[in-house]
Design a protein around this ligand. Structure first.
Ligand SMILES: [Zn+2]
Length: 301
């Protein structure tokens, strides 16, 4: 499943490839891919002659900003991909939505398992809210539904300047959840999934079952730095491909072979040589080194 680095890679590819392009027409081949507006024929009508002004990312969604301020969100979920197809590229049975561009290219949304969703929303409200402000934000909500509301329950972006070690410490305070569970919680921090949660915990030398509120200041700083480092490195390597993930150029990312623990159970730890172990935390496979990532006595739960 694409996480922050994979979605960021797709967004950056699209920014280079289609910013400034005009959508002349769209074709929806699988109605349930369209989350908003309904019915999908309305989605198609509302996109005709829209100009793509820029492409970005929030959490695990690609944001396609249109010239008039509206925003199209693409949640890739399990197997979704956005691919720019030059004229003449053969069609593909897994393409669910086609955006035809004025220059003859197509922006194709391909999704084998069909879990991904595309929405078209009014602009606005996209600032990153603190969880504490959530209640107020809900009360302030007014029609029409804006793109910011789609992400109203998401936590901060871990790679922004404002996501400091102090802010991270503040968010961890009083949280008794296990570190692995908390890192996967999108309302705690946006964009981290199973791969990068395991990688960050290994890098920070913290056991995945550690209770968040037992971390020392030094451990909090280590985890904060580790989360940002593993995400940045993965972006530099264009993301980790295990099955379906590809960039907008259709090519897989190169980061999978550079992972330290994820899906390496039984293989030697790159730091100490001990065999990596796999446990299940909250129904998710979790990989860690039993020597580098010890659970202090009486500290985990
Ligand atoms: Zn180790």
């Amino acid at each position: 499943m694409p996480e922050l680095p994979e979605v960021e890679t797709v967004a950056r590819d699209l920014q280079r490839a289609v910013a400034g392009a005009r959508i002349t027409d769209a074709e929806v081949r699988w109605d349930r891919t369209i989350a908003n507006p309904q019915p999908p024929t309305l989605f198609v009508d509302q996109l005709r002659d829209a100009e793509i002004s820029r492409v970005g990312r929030r959490a695990k969604s690609v944001l396609i900003h249109l010239g008039d301020g509206r925003v199209m969100t693409v949640a890739l979920r399990m197997t979704g991909a956005l691919i720019v197809a030059p004229p003449g590229t053969p069609d593909d049975p897994y393409v669910r939505v086609v955006f035809r561009l004025a220059d003859g290219r197509e922006l194709r949304y391909r999704d084998v398992r069909k879990f991904g969703r595309i929405g078209l929303w009014e602009g606005g409200g996209l600032r990153v809210r603190n969880a504490a402000k959530r209640g107020r934000a809900t009360r302030e909500r007014r029609a029409p539904y804006r793109v910011g509301d789609v992400f109203g329950r998401h936590g901060p972006e871990p790679l922004t300047r404002s996501f400091s070690s102090a802010r991270f410490a503040e968010r961890l305070r009083g949280r008794s959840a296990r570190l692995k569970t908390l890192l996967l919680d999108q309302s705690f921090v946006a964009g981290v999934g199973n791969i990068y949660a395991d990688e960050a915990l290994w890098r920070a030398r913290l056991h995945p079952l550690r209770a968040a509120d037992t971390l020392t200041h030094e451990e909090v700083r280590r985890l904060h730095r580790a989360v940002r480092t593993v995400l940045r490195q993965a972006i530099a390597n264009r993301g980790s491909s295990f099955s379906d993930y590809v960039g907008a150029d259709g090519e897989p990312g190169a980061n999978a072979e550079r992972l330290s623990v994820y899906r390496r159970s039984g293989e030697p730890c790159l730091r100490c040589g001990r065999a990596i172990e796999r446990i299940v935390v909250g129904q998710r496979s979790t990989h860690f080194c039993p020597r580098c990532q010890r659970l202090p006595a009486g500290r985990g739960r």
